[in-house]
Ligand binder design. Structure first.
Ligand SMILES: Cc1ncc(COP(=O)(O)O)c(C=O)c1O
Length: 475
């Protein structure tokens, strides 16, 4: 049974000392953590709304929301869209049960699983990859089989540098690149380097955002390394840069090419505003360039990094172009910080697998990587068209957004709809749907309900019957 707010006066639960040198926000956070640890707040207990607690304590509602967001990220609290924030069960703490769909194995009982972030796993170019690994093994010099440069294979860095200049209009220098284990490790290494070398103590994430998901590894890793997470809203032009400026963050993780999960492409005005913020404040932008290869209506937008190479870290991955299991990614760092990121990589694992790096270099130079991308663009374009047609046929009132790039879209639900109930009802009908609520950093019961619909790993012919099966739940 759900436990309601105990009615204890929050003033008794958490005491704020305005004469202490410690900021009120840290006091509130520490007080709530303490109350949860020592059992004054029990698992399942509902917390007062941010408005109520703010009024009781005489602080701003935004500050309470930020505290709740931080404790959600740390796993002390849980929240679902449309329902109250609660204390997490002891067994859920400190590592919360992850809810991000892409980490679940595909459910074969489903007609279609619209999980986001998953490319077409059955299209992994097995023959090309096996060929490239064989080539790499045959050609690698024995001297290159020891512990090498922690930045990774010079051959791959050279090849990738050319690729990023050509395809992403990046200002890429192989000396400033660090090969790593996907974007996940890339962002982690950058945050560590910024914290150590530049004293960065607060990092902003897009809200809703990939890094904002309560159980996401990026935000958990940031919190675990002692950074404060700030959440910055996203609107139809992408990250709201004025809110970033007000957040106090010294660095921000952003997805300009195709915002995850809203699918918005960061507008030109915002790109310039973001670069201006970074230059003015000495801030850093961590550009998560996770799915930029797939743009349908126009040429891909160039990387933000090309506009401000001294302020922007470009972080890329082979996870969408090939498969997440390849676990290869890269960081291009501003020149003065490339060494610090390389050191973090060395301290973390001494370097990524040389054979895999050489195989990727071989795929790139042979033209097979580009050929695979061309083939996949056509596959995803077909699925995207099938999704649009299926909605037009079965749910004509729903306007899909975020379709310019990548392989996920957003379907707004009617005002007042309960995302969790729609998701549960769809599963009963063997359709995997996912609410946008899991991507919110700050709990916001008033946020419009919506679904995030990934179509990367859904067979084209399954799309129409799946949408037909859930159409009445969506409008
Ligand atoms: C926005 C975004 N960034 C990063 C990643 C993680 O990428 P990687 O597999 O390279 O760690 C994902 C995975 O889906 C993603 O959606």
């Amino acid at each position: 049974m759900a436990i309601e707010w105990s009615g204890l006066s929050p003033g008794l639960l958490v005491r704020l000392d305005r004469s202490a040198g410690q900021p009120l926000r840290s006091q509130l956070e520490a007080g709530l953590r303490e109350a949860i640890r020592d059992g004054r707040l029990r698992g399942g207990e509902r917390l007062p709304s941010s408005r109520e607690l703010a009024r009781e304590l005489g602080v701003s509602r935004g500050m309470v929301q930020e505290c709740y967001g931080q404790l959600l990220a740390e796993g002390y609290l849980t929240s679902r869209t449309g329902s109250a924030t609660r204390v997490a069960d002891v067994k859920e703490r400190p590592a919360p049960v992850r809810s991000w769909p892409a980490h679940r194995p595909p459910d074969r009982a489903l007609i279609a699983d619209f999980a986001i972030g998953v490319p077409d796993l059955s299209s992994f170019p097995r023959t090309d990859w096996a060929w490239a690994v064989r080539q790499a093994c045959g050609e690698v010099a024995s001297a290159d089989l020891g512990y090498g440069d922690p930045r990774g294979s010079a051959v791959l860095r050279e090849v990738l540098g050319g690729y990023l200049r050509r395809v992403r209009a990046a200002d890429a220098d192989p000396g400033q690149m660090i090969i790593c284990t996907g974007c996940a490790q890339g962002v982690n290494l950058v945050l560590r380097a910024l914290s150590r070398e530049r004293g960065v103590s607060c990092v902003a994430f897009e809200d809703p955002g990939y890094g904002s998901a309560q159980a996401d590894e990026t935000v958990r890793a940031a919190v675990a390394m002692g950074l404060r997470a700030a959440y910055v809203p996203v609107d139809e032009q992408g990250l709201v840069v004025s809110a970033l400026a007000a957040s106090g963050a010294q660095a921000v993780v952003v997805t300009p090419a195709h915002q995850s999960p809203t699918g918005v492409v960061l507008s030109a005005a915002r790109r310039h505003a973001l670069v201006d913020w970074a230059r003015r404040e000495g801030g850093y932008v961590i550009e998560d360039d996770y799915d930029s290869e797939f743009r349908y209506d126009k040429e891909p937008v160039g990387a933000l990094q090309g506009l401000a190479p001294d302020q922007v870290f470009l972080v890329g991955t082979a996870s969408k172009a090939l498969a997440p299991a390849v676990r290869l990614g890269w960081v291009h760092a501003p020149a003065p910080l490339a060494g610090a990121v390389a050191e973090e990589k060395e301290m973390s694992d001494r370097g990524s697998c040389t054979m895999d790096q050489l195989a990727l270099a071989t795929l790139l130079t042979s033209g097979r990587y580009d050929r695979h991308l061309r083939r996949m663009r056509a596959v995803y374009a077909g699925r995207r068209a099938a999704l649009v047609e299926a909605f037009a046929r079965h749910s004509p009132g729903v306007r899909l957004t975020g379709l310019a790039a990548g392989f996920h879209a957003v379907a707004p639900l009617p005002a007042g709809a309960d995302e969790a109930a729609v998701v549960a009802a769809a599963r009963e009908r063997r359709v995997g749907l996912y609410g946008i609520g899991a991507y919110r950093g700050l709990p916001d019961a008033a946020a419009p309900p919506a679904l995030v619909i990934g179509f990367g790993n859904v067979r084209e012919r399954a799309i129409d019957p799946a949408i037909a099966a859930v159409a009445d739940l969506l409008s």
